[in-house]
Design a protein around this ligand. Sequence first.
Ligand code: ZN
Length: 399
Amino acid sequence: MSAWKDNQEIEFFREYLRIPSVHPDIDYEPCVEFLKRQAIDLGLPIEVFYCAGPTKPVVVITWVGQRPDLPTIILNSHMDVVPVFPEKWTYPPFSAHMDDQGRIYARGSQDMKCVGMQYLAAIRALRKNGVTLKRTIHMTFVPDEEVGGNEGMRVFVKSKEFKKLNVGFSLDEGIASPDETFPVYYAERSIWHVKFILTGTAGHGSLLLENTVGEKFLKFFNKVMEFRQHEVQRLESDTSLTIGDVTTINLTCLNGGVQSNVVPPTLEAVLDIRLALSINHDAFAQQLSQWCEEAGGGIKIEYKQKQPKVEATKIDNFNPFWTAFKQASTELGLKIKTLVFPGGTDSRYIRQAGIPAIGFSPMNHTPVLLHDHDEFLQADVYLKGIEYYKKIIPAVTNV
Ligand code: ZN
């Protein structure tokens, strides 16, 4: 039990957790400063790029391999965390309090400061053991993943600095697992946020007017719910499917109306849609338009977000990085489960650039608490994760 008491890696992790890099308006400089000290401790070069302006640093710590000419490996993590409701927490969310069971409470303890620090810890140990690796490793620490990565990984991937890294494979975040298995993610659904602006006959609330927004909304929404129910049934009837394998569709905003006795001329509804990998995007967009027509027309569609289809990372024998990852996890005795990620991560930008990417956070026997109150990670789970990376990182790097 004492492994995590007075453990230097645990202390580094807690120090990083205490930096309140929390949305909105994050000051990333304390993270940069912390990582600079880490780079010094590791004896590795560090660079900071500002692709999206002076408040959005991308930190890259590099370990040059024996064959720097080969495509490199990135070990990616994001520095930002989601907001907290401190009154709902047992311990202050940026105190990194460790209780007598070794549970470390902090926003970011699971999502995903743990993974970023585990990469550093594993590499510190490998270097101490005098290990040399074939390919070059870049540990990247990016901003703004939790707000979609628009000023983070999305622009970084398109930058000349990124091209220079000559990346061949990426590891990034996954999710904790309450049982013994380890989820490993090879793809993501495409996120669409669509606003529907319904227009109809306005007038007095005492009449039976035709073509009101209320009627249109009901007709339109029935179509949406019919489709949704179909996906619910598909998921329930096939135990091999998980939420990432089906299309989810949810009403997230509904706005309109001026006064109780006035039929309004407009009504706005927003849907959050996550398209399964099997969906044809053009056909689906067509379907949405058709539903609007069938509901009576006069409905304008605005795409707030319309992510393109991104090819899944191949998890077969033709992807040598995958084979190496899989073999290392088998040798470690890890029970891995390959899945489509239910939400969105920075891996989508990496995959979009044609680079294979795997999402993996080594946290089993851990309740899923990302974005939740009392987010915590058990110290011994954290330390075990470092051991796993000490095998997985060399495996993918020596491909
Ligand atoms: Zn995350």
